[in-house]
Write a protein that binds this ligand. Structure first.
Ligand SMILES: *[C@@H]1O[C@H](CO)[C@@H](O)[C@H](O)[C@H]1NC(C)=O
Ligand SMILES: *[C@@H]1O[C@H](CO)[C@@H](O)[C@H](O)[C@H]1NC(C)=O
Ligand SMILES: *[C@@H]1O[C@H](CO)[C@@H](O)[C@H](O)[C@H]1NC(C)=O
Ligand SMILES: *[C@@H]1O[C@H](CO)[C@@H](O)[C@H](O)[C@H]1NC(C)=O
Length: 470
């Protein structure tokens, strides 16, 4: 019944009203794109981001390998895959810990919960040659210089945030006959994998120091060994150890500036709202409820922000996607999560193919740029050379409750050089049904750009509205 939407010109300027919401009792942190490839080799950058997005998706989907139920291995050799020469397309924030405060930067990540920083003067980072990052000079937090840094005790309830209630059995050093009642046994070291990277270290409690507020006894990871990490990670997931959980945020919001693959020092604000109660909707924001994964025993699946994506619409046409992909089933697999740590949105193969087929029909007048597809790992790519404007099909996501995300064209097509444009949603290359398990759709940060995005933790809902973020 809907009238066909007007053609979308591929123009990189967005004429949108910027609306600002008054926020009380809020902590505001500047947030900047941490993808700053120095290279002008756009194909290589896109290829890296596409590959990193898929790798990240596969990691988020394999949720059985987390520390909670197994004794973590304090690995010394973590890297098994080839080096990618470019940054990873995330967004970073700066946080201060300790007394006196030391400032470090962190990737803002809603797909994980622990907050950790590069730590001690002996911090080692392998394969951390990102643009503008000297792996030998990644700023490190020095616990010795802080009067408030404490190793987390094994009996501290916060140790269970990471390892679950069964950690008691690993704290037996304190139960041995004749052991000191002031047991100094520490919570076991952690090791976490993210996409291609990983990190390992010891847990501390430390003061998190915002200009507006000090948060004492904040659980933070002191990482001593990492692979492929340009900086620390601030977990914004649903776990008890995440930053919003520990500071008691009722909601948090951000607006991601467009990354144009350059070094422009632009930033926008991440806002943590500590004000309880009102539960008011933010003006002009569309909301859809968060849903929990039914498999409550898996802490990884419980960390993710699931939303009910009901329909994917290409140029007014509802793409047929089996419901097993749109909703997490009783086995925990399927469903859609929102993840600020993934660059390009990931769709499991059958969903991706259905969307791409619809797009292909509308782009039939253009030649597929196979060479660019091979170079970037993105597809489809089209040769649009010689065109002033190109009409590409509209893409929109419809969520439970009626919230509709009509993506600006720059959020799903990229000018890929040599007169080509490429679709910026990815899938894995597994033949057949692809990798099943974990979330089927991961809404990445590239698709969230130039939206005001709100995670309302009190009302359990996800909100968004178009906004120019820069
Ligand atoms: C830690 O303290 C040492 C000695 O006082 C000093 O040289 C160093 O710069 C400090 N490091 C940080 C990160 O504050
Ligand atoms: C344990 O700690 C308390 C208070 O800090 C102290 O008074 C006591 O002597 C300590 N006991 C042992 C065995 O170290
Ligand atoms: C392709 O081009 C033809 C001729 O210009 C036009 O009639 C047709 O509508 C175009 N098809 C699409 C899908 O744009
Ligand atoms: C696109 O088509 C033009 C004209 O046919 C050709 O010169 C150019 O090399 C093509 N570009 C790509 C990326 O295939």
């Amino acid at each position: 019944m809907a009238s066909p939407p007007p053609p979308y010109p591929l123009i990189l300027s967005l004429l949108l009203l910027i609306s600002t919401a008054a926020v009380t009792t809020a902590i505001t942190i500047p947030i900047s794109p941490s993808s700053a490839p120095a290279s002008t080799d756009l194909h290589q950058i896109l290829a890296h981001l596409a590959s990193a997005s898929v790798s990240r998706a596969l990691r988020l989907k394999s949720t059985h390998n987390l520390p909670q139920d197994s004794s973590p291995v304090f690995a010394t050799s973590l890297v098994k895959t080839p080096l990618f020469p470019r940054s990873y397309g995330g967004y970073s924030i700066s946080l201060s810990f300790g007394t006196p405060p030391q400032s470090t930067s962190f990737v803002m990540d809603t797909g994980s919960s622990l907050v950790w920083f590069p730590c001690t003067s002996r911090y080692l980072c392998s394969r951390c040659n990102f643009p503008n990052v000297d792996p030998a000079a990644i700023p490190s937090f020095i616990p010795r210089n802080s009067s408030t840094a404490m190793l987390l005790g094994c009996k501290n309830p916060k140790c269970q945030w990471i390892y679950g209630p069964n950690v008691e059995s690993k704290c037996s050093g304190c139960d041995a006959p004749g052991s000191s009642p002031n047991c100094t046994q520490t919570c076991p070291p952690y090791m976490i994998q993210y996409g291609l990277g990983s990190t390992a270290g010891l847990l501390l409690t430390e003061t998190l120091d915002f200009p507006e507020k000090k948060v004492p006894d904040f659980l933070v990871g002191c990482s001593i060994l990492s692979a492929r990490q340009p900086e620390g990670i601030a977990g914004f997931g649903r776990g008890l150890d995440s930053l919003p959980s520990q500071v008691g945020a009722k909601k948090f919001s951000y607006c991601l500036v467009s990354h144009s693959f350059d070094d422009a020092p632009v930033s926008s604000d991440l806002v943590l709202d500590l004000d309880s109660g009102s539960g008011k909707k933010t003006a002009e924001v569309s909301y859809t409820p968060f849903r929990k994964n039914p498999v409550t025993s898996n802490s990884a699946l419980q960390t993710y922000y699931y939303v009910n994506l009901r329909q994917i619409v290409v140029e007014g046409k509802h793409v047929k996607v089996p419901s097993e992909y749109l909703e997490p089933g009783s086995d925990g697999n399927g469903g859609t999560i929102v993840d600020s740590g993934t660059t390009f949105t990931y769709m499991e193969r059958p969903v991706f193919e259905a969307v791409v087929k619809e797009i292909g029909k509308r782009m039939a007048n253009f030649t597929v740029a196979t060479e660019i597809q091979d170079l970037t790992g993105l597809r489809p790519c089209y040769n649009v050379s010689g065109q002033d404007t190109v009409s590409v099909p509209e893409l929109s996501f419809k969520f439970k409750g009626g919230a509709e995300m009509k993506l600006p064209v720059t959020n799903y097509f990229v000018l890929a050089g040599d007169g080509a444009i490429c679709f910026t949603i990815v899938s894995d290359n597994v033949v057949g049904t692809g990798l099943r398990g974990g979330p089927a759709i991961i809404l990445g940060n590239y698709q969230q750009r130039d939206y005001y995005i709100e995670y309302d933790l009190e009302k359990e809902r996800f909100g968004f509205k178009r906004q120019v973020c820069a």
